[in-house]
Design a protein around this ligand. Structure first.
Ligand code: SF4
Length: 313
């Protein structure tokens, strides 16, 4: 259950996902908008979740099952949690380069104060760093970081990484209505981001079911204002507000494809129906996964999504 997709991504094109974290969410944050639910126990310690050989073999096997139309544009570490908690990440990135496909890591940036984490990510081709808050107060409100993490230390870590990283650096800012979307805060955030000099600063909104039900998408007026404030700070800015498409990769095994993708990426109903057609399967599989408590249907923003369910003891 390590490699999945590819899933369509505005940032990465066809992105073959790598879930390098063991089942059950492992993260240093518990973001209010997280699409994979609350973090039961937040953590900062790194550990080995899988042997790098296993990750390499699973990616190799998954690539072998894809048809030519689904050759990925990126191999992306987008696990059910924070990928830098994996102590073998640097080694895995280096080994996966053997496939000659650009490698991306989507990180919350909270461990970048550590030199070993910065060194691991130096091997990536594209690193996306989350940046939702410019003040400690808002950071704690939106990202709910592990208690002993310090805001200045986190910001300094991100800055140090940005100063030395020579690949493509992008930032991702999730705007949540009433939490981090005032003009003053967005201006302060834009100033922090401008200092990082990212290739692109993405502004996103919570389009998938969030961990906290009260999370709302900001108005278009606020999004437009955020875009203007970012660009006024010299940031090349893109807004990610839409659905990224239904064309997920398939391996011929609908059961595994659905479980692997929904573990990190809730699937909208039209995406899951398309995946089933491609895998030559029918909707009974979805119903059976729900009956067995492995999948859950959730309504959000007028759409129906399917999420992976875990039974954590
Ligand atoms: S959105 Fe990412 S960083 Fe935030 S809690 Fe979820 S997995 Fe962790």
């Amino acid at each position: 259950m390590i490699a999945f997709g590819p899933v369509p991504s505005r940032r990465l094109g066809k992105s073959l996902g790598i879930n390098n974290i063991i089942p059950g969410k492992q993260c240093s944050y518990s973001c209010i908008y997280c699409q994979i639910g609350n973090t039961k126990v937040k953590r900062l310690e790194r550990e080995e979740f899988y042997e790098p050989e296993i990750i390499f073999r699973e990616v190799e096997e998954h690539l072998g099952k894809l048809d030519q139309n689904h050759t990925p544009d990126y191999l992306s570490f987008v696990p059910n949690g924070e990928p830098t908690l994996d102590i073998n990440l640097g080694k895995e990135i280096r080994w996966l380069k053997a496939f000659h496909i650009p490698l991306a890591v989507i990180t919350n940036g909270s461990l970048l104060y550590r030199s070993d984490v910065r060194n691991d990510l130096m091997y990536g081709d594209l690193i996306s760093v989350k940046a939702d808050a410019a003040t400690e107060e808002i950071w704690r409100k939106i990202n709910h970081p592990v208690e002993r993490l310090n805001f200045r230390k986190y910001q300094n870590g991100v800055k140090r990484f940005a100063d030395y990283f020579s690949g493509k650096l992008v930032t991702e800012t999730m705007l949540v209505s009433g939490i981090n979307d005032t003009v003053e805060h967005i201006r302060e955030l834009a100033s922090f981001l401008a200092d990082l000099q990212p290739d692109i600063a993405y502004i996103a909104v919570p389009v998938r079911p969030p961990a906290v039900k009260s999370v709302k998408i900001p108005s278009e007026e606020i999004l437009n204002r955020a875009y203007q404030l970012f660009t006024a700070h010299g940031l090349k800015t893109e807004i990610l507000t839409g659905f990224e498409g239904t064309n997920t990769g398939f391996t011929g095994n609908a059961w595994d494809d659905i479980l692997n993708i929904t573990a990190v990426h809730p699937l909208r109903e039209d995406s899951i129906r398309r995946l089933l057609r491609q895998d030559k399967a029918d909707f009974n599989i979805v119903e059976s996964l729900i009956e067995q408590g492995l999948l859950e249907a959730v309504a959000y923003n007028g759409e129906r999504f399917y999420l992976r369910k875990y039974h954590i003891l």
